[in-house]
Design a protein around this ligand. Structure first.
Ligand SMILES: [Zn+2]
Length: 213
């Protein structure tokens, strides 16, 4: 189990690392992204703190922008989770408004009056600052959607099941109100503790890593 996670970290560490601001042209159009965070270490290298992908075709670049750039937590659960921690640390009562999703018109009509636009923009800015300053990522270029989703799930499961991947005591995620984040040490709550990577998956990742570095 941990051997697969060790191999995964070794491969990921060898891939080209991207940081904000990143050039679109150097990111593949389709694939899985692997995130690292300042101060987090595992298997003697940078610890993987999140794995993600996209569903729509050619959306990897825009997905990464939804996390790193676009200041709208309702388009990025990752941003929402970072914001939850920042607010929780401050014991900020605005956390209850941050929880609400304003994507739909109905939601806006129902709860729109609760939004303090200036305050919310300020939180979005803090989330961007934190993400842009502390996260870097590498990518595996994968054209096929089914393969992307299946690999994402197995990667997340492998990381969550690994006993060597432990968050540092300073990890921001420890301030999350979500127990799954605190317990897994990962910025995600889905696909944890399921089917991990097998030997074949690892070989495939090795091939993908050599194709795109
Ligand atoms: Zn591990």
């Amino acid at each position: 189990m941990s051997q697969h996670c060790t191999d995964l970290h070794r491969i990921a560490y060898g891939l080209t690392r991207h940081r904000f601001p990143f050039e679109d042209s150097v990111i593949p159009r389709n694939g899985v992204y692997i995130l690292f965070e300042t101060g987090e270490y595992g298997h003697g290298v940078d610890r993987i703190v999140r794995v993600g992908t996209h569903t729509g075709p050619n959306q990897l670049r825009s997905r990464l922008k939804q996390h790193f750039v676009q200041e709208n937590k309702d388009r990025s659960i990752f941003r929402k989770n970072i914001g939850r921690c920042l607010l929780n640390k401050d014991k900020d009562p605005y956390a209850s408004v941050w929880e609400l999703d304003f994507t739909t018109r109905v939601a806006k009509l129902k709860n729109g009056h609760l939004i303090d636009s200036a305050y919310q923009s300020n939180i979005e800015r803090r989330v961007s600052d934190y993400i842009q300053t502390n996260f870097s990522f590498c990518v595996l270029s994968i054209e096929d959607k089914t393969e992307r989703l299946s690999l994402e799930s197995r990667l997340v499961s492998t990381l969550s099941l690994c006993e060597e991947c432990i968050p540092s005591i300073h990890w921001l995620g420890m301030s999350s109100p979500n127990e799954k984040i605190r317990r897994s040490g990962l910025w995600q709550v889905n696909e944890l503790y399921k089917e991990p990577l097998n030997n074949q998956d690892l070989n495939r990742i090795e091939v993908l890593a050599n194709e795109y570095v």
